[in-house]
Design a binder for this molecule. Sequence first.
Ligand code: NAD
Length: 276
Amino acid sequence: MGRMEGKVALITGAARGQGRSHAVRLAEEGADIIAIDVCEQIDGVLYPMSNEADMQETVRLVTALGRRISWHKADVRDDDILKAAIDAGVAELGRLDVVAANAGISGNFGAVHELSRESWDMMLGIDLTGVWNTCRFAVPHMLESGGSIAITSSAAGLHAIPGIGHYVSAKHGLVGLMRSLALELGANRIRVNSIHPTQVDTPMLMNDYCYQLFRPDLPNPTKADIADVSQSMHVLPVPWVDPVDISNAILFLASDEGRYITGVALAVDCGADLKS
Ligand SMILES: NC(=O)c1ccc[n+]([C@@H]2O[C@H](COP(=O)([O-])OP(=O)(O)OC[C@H]3O[C@@H](n4cnc5c(N)ncnc54)[C@H](O)[C@@H]3O)[C@@H](O)[C@H]2O)c1
């Protein structure tokens, strides 16, 4: 307890899933939270996205821990609204020490040469440019004081997975972004790393569209039906990880224990990269 005492953490995609878990885990350790999420369905995303009720639950959980939370509805693609949200959060909570650039979507399935321009642009816009936006609007608040930025990529940011070339491209691009930021910001004591989760038990994975991708052989596959296929991608004998497993990696990197770690692509992937 107390590893984040006196710190303020900015988390995008904080309404649910991993982002909510990061908010709660960092708050448990003493951080106040700036929570940002679009909180509405984006046209073209093939599974239900979060809403304001989800964000209210994140707010409730953080507040119940006795921490402050400043939440803002913003799309990470929208320069002006995102910048205003980050600036307002920092103004309210007084500083910025930790960034978890986590907001992202998964996309439709298709061969790279058959993807539509719309789905490519949406994927790159949210999963790559949205992260760049988050970093570029957060960094000015950290230049004097230093801090930790954790960019959420994916196992698909370290190796290709067929049928999701736009996602693979965006998530690989985040490694280049992470390394560039780490190199440029080290002198300011801002450390920048990327996290590469395997399958995580969140609504992005646990939905009918994804179940069908994992089990095209079944008419109406369920969560239980995808466990074996998911586990077959791993070295460790588990089908997926919990959001808190990713939160703990972000906490470690942000805490004093991670003080000399920068420019690292950290896989939390049950060994998936070994099998690629
Ligand atoms: N779930 C997995 O299996 C898995 C695996 C590897 C990496 N990831 C990555 O982890 C991150 C978090 O995903 P999750 O699993 O928590 O999924 P999730 O869908 O539960 O949560 C993602 C959150 O991001 C928000 N969001 C999406 N687009 C946004 C935008 N344009 N602006 C602002 N907010 C937006 C959503 O509203 C949602 O609340 C994503 O970057 C995802 O690509 C997920």
